[in-house]
Write a protein that binds this ligand. Sequence first.
Ligand code: ADP
Ligand code: ZN
Length: 725
Amino acid sequence: MPSIARVVVDLSIDREFDYSVPDALKASVQVGSRVIVPFGRGRRTGFVVARPETSDVPTLKPVLDVVGERTYIGEDVIRLARWMSDYYAVPMERAVRTVLPAPVRRRGTSHKKQQVAIPVAVEEAAATGLEKKAPKQALALHYLQKHGPTPVPDLVKACSIGHAAVKGLEAKGFVRIDQVDLLRNPLAGYELIRTGPLPLMPQQAEALEQCRASIDSLTPPVVLLHGVTGSGKTEVYLQAIQHAMDKGKGAIVLVPEISLTPQTVDRFRSRFGEGIAVLHSELSDGERHDEWHRIWRGDARIVIGARSALFAPVQSLGLIVVDEEHEPTYKQDEAPRYHARDVAVMRGRISGCAVVLGSATPAIESYNNCRNGKYHLVSMPHRVDHRQMPSMRVVDMRRQAEQEGKVYIFSRDLVDAIGNRLARAEQTMLFLNRRGYSTSLQCPACGHVAECRQCSVAMTYHKTSHELICHFCGDRQPVPDRCPDPECGDPAFKYAGLGTQRVEEIIRKLFPKARIHRMDSDTMTRKDSYRNVLGDFRTGKIDILVGTQMIAKGLHFPNVTLVGVVYADMSLHVPDFRAAERTFQLLTQVAGRAGRGDVVGEVIVQTYTPHHGAIQAARRLDYDGFADQELAFRREAGYPPFSHLVILTLKGPSETRVRFAGENFMKRLSPLLPASVMSAGPLPAPLARLKGVYRFHIVLRARSAKSMTGPIREVMQGFAWPADV
Ligand code: ADP
Ligand code: ZN
């Protein structure tokens, strides 16, 4: 019986290849090994994904060599990668790349080594009269005796001596010098006070009970914790993790990247101390590598991080927590386009561990999974401090526009409310629920696009100068107050190009004395700026914080008593079947920011569609009502969770070639699709042209994902794409 290794080579082809394993390599070739294999006429590196018993191929070529130490990946994560490869229709090699980040995948270990001096024979040294003969060596030895093992560079510096003195000590055998792995700690430099578990409120105790049952016996396998902001979900996570730890198990906590704030991480660190690894996108390659190494060795049993933390090689995983499970940022925006919540549930199933999803506004899909019995729902409807939820006022922006015949960005209600807060030295958050941004301006009410009068092409919106410019003739126009379409004339048009920068400018003019700061992805470029701005806001150095969704997440500022949503409809008018859900979530989340202190908070929501179901449900704090209404709509329209959607995006510099490739692709695909699959396209994507690249969509919809992904993979394998599509 030959020993077989199944390998994905480092090429983006959707196939795996079997090789025989020579006796000499038998011990070192394992699932997860990096290997060199003959491929075509040359050789390639690859990754062992299985050690099957048999192969369909009669004669196998041998594995040539193993590269580096074993990579940090467990069999469960390989199985997860295989599932992702199937479900998201990507080659296994792509899935492996995803579960094993580049710095971790690279050959060998890349720890920074450092020389550390360790005292070994202090008494003997004294007996030889070192003091007199070599005072510098004696000084160093004295230092080591007092401080213990010390990195050589530090020792040299602390004693103001040369390296020769340390070498001298080593030569005499008084000191040993070791090469030690230097772990880069991304959290170094912050001291925290240790916290213990809090006595739980009844609703938390009930929730914890369910989480424990899930950890102990996987019944239920998935718990959905629906708890209003401030209901104490995090404390439940912490105690559930403790329970897993007590059973000798590890845990993964996923948070959306934007809420991976120092505040969140600090809460976990103060409870569990050094046993935590933090994975986020700002880690250097070295830091990332070190964190994985610590997890693999079991030095860190708890991993907290964004999406990719899901693949961390935690030994004997007991629990996965997905906080803010409804967050759109859990969706990866490149292949494989996985949703971290769904992959978490799948990893739970594969690794045999509990999964706890938490949110104040669970995703409609998750809510539906509770209804049909797949998840177990636990509700925490009360705030820990029994403080009232803030009152939400919906301001109808049409009214003021009609009364005064002029359109304002800020209603009088909101301006007055901000003025009041400034007078009382309370803080305000102003919030623009903008998602992405387009280069053309479209009327949110009628869809009219601002076009150039001469060229009849869409004008390009320029954010910095806040004007429209035609890129054909160079004509410039100010952004109109109302929709230019004579049939429509909707005043909300003014908001079409509105960004946080503009809001900041206006608010500065209205309140010249106020201390105002803007927080969005444009201003948050430096590594520490997030921490700094939030620190300034917390200590009262900022009166008004203007921002995007970024400021809506899990932050606690007791002195914020007013939250203003500048234009609630902004997230309603996007071509996305989740637009209403997103709007409801965003409004509920921002509302949760107000009134955490002793004063009841106020939320002012400006809108042109005050009666929209999502806005009204948010005002009433009625999640269930919204979810039921939304599920009815989804069922009617055949949207998820009552179907699966696939979007194929084709891009290229030539419109004709992109369209042509799309048509050819559909010609091959259509005959393979079962009749139950609905398909449309290729059609110009909502953003049909972006930075000189044409974009087309093919949209498929069906009850079964496999009925679409299977045929797509089949066509993909042999499809000859034009080089620039
Ligand atoms: P959520 O995550 O649901 O928004 P948190 O876990 O952040 O809620 O809890 C809100 C606040 O209440 C936090 O400051 C937390 O320390 C505190 N808290 C949570 N549970 C308790 C408890 N059982 N007793 C006292 N304070 C608690
Ligand atoms: Zn219009």
